[in-house]
Structure formats: structure tokens, C-alpha cells
Design a protein around this ligand. Structure first.
Ligand code: C5P
Length: 404
């Protein structure tokens, strides 16, 4: 592995400064070296001492303190990435206009490292034409804008402008750094989402899966440097990162798309909710209310994609080293069913979760039990799916370390 990568974390004046303290820790958890710089207004919300204690490094606070005079230039040259989080409307305006009136903006001008900003402000400030123009200017220069989210704001109002989730900021930072990790260069195949099995040209059998968990795993692995192939059933969701994406509809299409990649896969994660059955002979024409036989629906079994992929991968060169992960969505007896599935389907791990109409599906939080061939089961959550994805990637390390 190369030398530790350095992040210059620029903190500007927003109530979200307190979240930047946690962000600094989460970046350090990823083995990054974090140097904090603060604006004057940021220091009115949280003292530099907080960041100094967290990072173990003196915080850059002024261009003019005797010991720090040229630090900004040094730090600017040193940093592998500059991350302004939270970025206030004022900081965004100063960056867009190329000002060099404090440590953050001067560092931004003197550095050639990628610049990321994670804005946090009131909705009206974020939507103001001046801010819109400044953000577009920064984007046109290649600055990565980690979009603010919608929700409760410091003012008590609710709207767009909320500081992005820490996990998303960490992921964007890792992606900008192209971090060399144990996932770097690893070929990951993920199946995700529901399948849709046509009955006729307009109707079909499907389920409640949205693909959110598999998409989160794909995005997180991409940020860690993996070569990710995501085979995704019909869903309104999309991956945010540049993974290889194959949109499919039926189980047969999902299997075919996966088979094209599986022999190269170091890790296979089958998170798709595949229809067990499909209509045996879908009608070419729309079935009419009056059609004879409309009261019965002859079905046939779909292939078990995970079982097929696991068997094929194990038989191909290097198959013993591949890591194969299944999912088990259950409504009861989670661990028992998950253990049975480990053996049945030839998996190294099964990620089990309880599901129902009000839990498990969609972009909300989830709670999983990671069941492995060796070792005890490990629960995780409730947590956001992006966070659960990081937990899973930490545990499902590829068997062979591919670091160069
Ligand atoms: O047997 P069950 O559907 O409960 O198993 C769930 C696991 O098997 C998941 O990993 C799912 O993606 C996979 N599976 C599959 N093809 C099927 C059915 C399930 O890949 N036809």
C-alpha cells in the first residue's frame, strides 16, 4: 500500500460544523490523514480544540498567526484532496471568485488537488441565483459538489440545504482519492432489484424490492476502487457512481447478464429479489376479462440465479478463491433460514434481514444479520443502507488481497 493519503478538511461557518467533527473521525477510520482548517465563523460554532483533539494536529485558523504563516501553502501542496465541509454560501462565493482572504480559500488557490464541497445552508440561500451561479462556476472547474439533502434545517424550517450524510461525504472523498484498498481492482458482480415476469404485454409478476441495498453495495465498492458490474432488475433507483450497469427485467435476463461476467468475478453478491416462478406461457395479446381459463395461472420455476452463478464460478479457474454472498429476506426465524441457505446455495456469507410491507424495502434504514460459513453471526443496524454497505464491505473482504 502507498503512503497515507492526506485530506485537508476546510470547515466554514454553519451550524453543521458539529457534524464535521464526526466527519473528521470517519475519514480517519478510513486511514486518511486529516488536517483541519477553519474559518473565523466556524470557530464561533466549535473551537479548534475539538478538531485538534480529534485529529491530533494543530488546526489552521489564520493566515497571520506567526507559526502558521506559510502553512496554508505547505498544506495546499501537501494535501491529496481538499474537502470543504460544511461549505457555507459565503465560502462557496469566495471559492467561485478566486478570493484568497483566509486559510481555506488561499489553500484552495495554491493546491492542485481535487476540491470537493459539501454545502450546508438555509434553503433560500442554496436556491438563490447568486449561489446557483457560484455552484455552476465551481462545477465547471471540476469541483465535486456533494449535493445537500432535504430535511430539518437549523432554523426549524424544513427544506433543501441540509449537510449531506457523513457516509456520502466519505464515499465521495474516497472516490476522489481513488483509494487503494483491499477492494481496489477487485471484480464485483452484484445482482439487485426485483424481477418482472410478464403475464401478457402489460401485466406481470413482481415484488416490492427496490434494489436499494444492492445499489448501495455497488456504489460503496466502486468508491473503494472495485470494478463493479451491477445487474439490476426494474426499479426507479439508479447507482450514483460509474459502475457498469445492466438493466434487465426477467430472471432469465438477469441470469444471462450475470453469466457474461461471473467467470471473472472475485466477489459475487446476489441481493436481487428474484421471482421464484414465472408464467408458463405469457400471452402475446393482453388477456381479456372474458378470456377462457383466466381463473388459473400456470407457472413454472425460474432458475435459481445465485445457485447457478456459485456453481459456475466455483468450477471456473480461481473459483475456490471467489467470495460468494447471498441474501435471505425472511419474515421469521432469520438465522435458521440463513444458515440453511449458506449450505444450499454454496455461499460464504448470507446477509439476512426481516422483511414485510413496512420493513426491509426501499431507501429507509435496515437491520441485517451477517451469517458466515466460519465464525458467529454478526448483527448490524438499524442503519442507512449506505452504512450497512460499508459494514458488509469491511467483512466481505476479497479472499485474495489484490493490492499492488
Ligand atoms: O431461496 P431464496 O429466494 O430465499 O434465496 C435468496 C437468495 O437467493 C438471494 O441471494 C437471491 O438473490 C438469490 N436468488 C436467486 N435466484 C432465485 C431466487 C433467489 O439468485 N431464483
Amino acid at each position: 500500500m502507498g503512503a497515507t493519503q492526506r485530506v485537508l478538511l476546510g470547515v466554514s461557518g454553519s451550524i453543521a460544523v458539529y457534524k464535521a467533527a464526526d466527519l473528521a473521525r470517519r475519514l480517519m477510520d478510513r486511514d486518511l490523514d486529516v488536517q483541519v482548517a477553519m474559518t473565523h465563523s466556524a470557530q464561533r460554532f466549535v473551537t479548534p480544540l475539538t478538531f485538534r483533539a480529534l485529529t491530533g494536529r494543530p488546526v489552521l485558523t489564520s493566515l497571520w498567526s506567526e507559526s502558521q504563516e506559510i502553512e496554508h501553502v505547505e498544506r495546499g501542496y501537501d494535501a491529496d484532496v481538499l474537502l470543504m465541509a460544511p461549505a457555507s454560501a459565503n465560502l462557496i462565493a469566495r471559492l467561485a471568485n478566486g478570493l484568497a482572504d483566509d486559510v481555506l480559500t488561499t489553500t484552495a488557490l495554491s493546491s492542485q488537488a481535487p476540491l470537493l464541497i459539501a454545502p450546508a445552508m438555509e434553503t433560500n440561500m442554496w436556491l438563490h441565483p447568486a449561489t446557483r451561479t457560484n455552484v455552476s462556476t465551481l462545477k465547471s472547474r471540476g469541483v465535486v459538489v456533494i449535493e445537500p439533502t432535504s430535511g430539518a434545517l437549523a432554523s426549524g424550517r424544513s427544506g433543501l440545504g441540509r449537510f449531506p450524510e457523513t457516509q456520502d461525504i466519505v464515499q465521495a472523498t474516497l472516490a476522489a482519492l481513488g483509494t487503494r484498498s483491499s477492494w481496489s481492482g477487485v471484480v464485483l458482480l452484484v445482482t439487485a432489484g426485483p424481477t418482472f415476469e410478464p403475464l401478457d404485454p402489460v401485466r406481470g409478476l413482481t415484488n416490492r424490492s427496490t434494489g436499494a441495498m444492492g445499489i448501495a453495495i455497488a456504489d460503496a465498492a466502486h468508491a473503494r476502487g472495485a470494478e463493479v458490474h451491477l445487474v439490476l432488475g426494474p426499479t426507479a433507483l439508479s447507482p450514483r457512481s460509474g459502475v457498469h450497469l445492466y438493466r434487465v427485467e426477467t430472471a432469465a435476463e438477469m441470469l444471462a447478464a450475470s453469466e457474461a461476467i461471473v467467470d471473472r468475478a472475485d466477489v459475487i453478491v446476489a441481493s436481487a429479489a428474484v421471482s421464484d416462478f414465472r408464467p408458463a406461457s405469457p400471452s402475446v395479446q393482453k388477456v381479456k376479462k372474458t378470456s377462457a381459463g383466466a381463473d388459473t395461472l400456470p407457472l413454472e420455476l425460474n432458475p435459481d440465479i445465485l445457485t447457478a452463478l456459485a456453481a459456475r464460478r466455483r468450477a471456473a479457474p480461481g473459483g475456490a478463491r471467489a467470495t460468494i454472498v447471498g441474501f435471505a429476506a425472511e419474515t421469521s426465524a432469520l438465522e435458521k433460514h440463513a444458515k440453511a441457505k449458506l449450505a444450499q446455495k454454496g455461499c460464504d456469507f448470507v446477509v439476512a434481514n426481516l422483511v414485510g410491507p413496512d420493513r426491509g424495502f426501499g431507501p429507509q434504514e435496515t437491520e441485517v444479520l451477517l451469517v458466515s460459513k466460519q465464525g458467529p453471526s454478526e448483527p448490524h443496524g438499524p442503519a442507512r443502507k449506505a452504512e450497512v454497505a460499508e459494514f458488509l464491505l469491511d467483512r466481505l473482504r476479497p479472499k485474495e488481497d489484490k493490492r499492488s
